[in-house]
Design a protein around this ligand. Structure first.
Ligand code: DP6
Length: 362
């Protein structure tokens, strides 16, 4: 794709200082990406709901380099208004890795400021929201400096492509409602290089779906996603898993259209448990669920049986529960969270969230 890599270089003399700002959400995978190869390419296709409340906001102020002899990335990075040397050097490395695609980054002084809507130490992975916000900013810069990426589809695809290089799951955050990443013969236009928007493929019930996040533990997780992905390479079950993910994705696509919540819940819960089963069958094995995670899973299944309410759980690579349910039972579920579930959350902390409309340029 030529628009991904047009090798744009600036006439710095005509570049005015400017700023771009994007707010971008996190997402929750329904079919999980777990296992990768090459440069951040997925071993199986994945699909996710875009979230609404869990967002990052990133601003990049840029100007022609004051000291033009300086070669390389000139970056200052602040998170919630504070210098963060560890984050800054990680971001600098990432931006350096992108200079083949965005050579003009070497010609600018970059001042990046970022915030998250959720507490940093809430045990919520912020890589999807922060990497997608950053990627969107970089594409806006390209658009403003060179007049490229005028076409929205190209803009989103490039932003998704860049976000993927930062963190795989981030590539799905640039679209409203539902996004899919990874090649599938049943979805024309699907790609391992970037995600595609799937908002047109969902039944109405999902457009207002709730996805509350019950924070079982705020601790930083012991095994990073990157390490977890790599452990799939020697996992005995890996090949069957990738096959299973493809099959489940095909089934889920039909279910998302039909609005069959029971079938939806079965696949989504099985996927969450499969993800953690893969962790437990890696070598070395690891467990990211906590006792509270299992208690909540039992309570969710019991509540469903007792009330008939269609409430389901998902998990990402951590101990926290994503509670998914349709909006018509939101009042009852809220009462139940407060009376029965909140006590299993660290500091009783949970976040009311739901399916969202995707990133916003500010
Ligand atoms: C369990 O996207 O965080 O959330 O590409 O190494 O940054 P990297 O991994 P990351 O992995 C996310 C894994 C997951 C499932 C998913 O979001 O699909």
């Amino acid at each position: 794709l030529d628009y991904i890599n047009p090798k744009l270089i600036l006439e710095t003399s005509i570049t005015e200082p400017n700023e771009v700002i994007w707010q971008s959400p996190s997402n929750i995978a329904l079919i999980k990406y777990w296992g990768k190869y090459g440069n951040q390419l997925p071993k199986n296709p994945s699909i996710s709901f875009t979230l609404d409340q869990a967002v990052s906001q990133t601003a990049i102020a840029y100007s022609p380099k004051e000291n033009n002899d300086d070669y390389g990335i000139s970056l200052s990075f602040k998170f919630h208004g504070e210098h963060q040397p560890a984050f800054e050097s990680r971001m600098k490395k990432f931006l350096e890795s992108l200079t083949g695609i965005f050579p003009f980054l070497n010609q600018l002084d970059l001042d990046v400021r970022s915030t998250n809507s959720f507490p940093h130490s809430a045990g919520i992975a912020s890589s999807a929201s922060s990497m997608s916000a950053l990627a969107l900013c970089l594409c806006s810069m390209e658009h403003e400096l060179f007049g490229t990426l005028e076409d929205n589809i190209q803009f989103d695809q490039k932003a998704s492509f860049i976000a993927r290089l930062g963190s795989g799951s981030a590539c799905r955050s640039v679209y409203p409602l539902l996004a899919m990443w990874g090649e599938s013969s049943s979805v024309p236009g699907s790609s391992n290089e970037y995600a595609i928007g799937m908002a047109d493929h969902v039944h109405d019930v999902f457009t207002t779906f709730h996805n509350d996040i019950l924070i079982v533990s705020k601790d930083e997780k012991e095994v990073s996603s990157t390490v977890g992905h790599n452990l799939m390479e020697n996992n005995l079950y890996a090949d069957n898993r990738y096959l299973q993910a493809k099959q489940r994705l095909n089934s889920l696509l039909d279910i998302l259209k039909s609005g069959d919540l029971e079938a939806f819940g079965r696949i989504v819960e099985d996927e969450a448990l499969t993800l953690h089963a893969l962790m437990m069958t890696s070598n070395p094995s690891f467990v990211l669920m906590r006792p509270g995670t299992l208690t909540l899973i039992e309570k969710i299944r019991a509540y469903r049986k007792d009330t008939g309410h269609q409430v389901y759980f998902s998990l990402d690579a951590g101990p926290n529960i994503h509670l998914m349910y349709p909006s018509d039972i939101a009042y009852a579920v809220r009462g139940w969270i407060e009376s029965d579930l909140q006590q299993h959350c660290e500091d009783r902390f949970w976040i009311a969230d739901g399916v969202g409309e995707g990133p916003v340029e500010m």
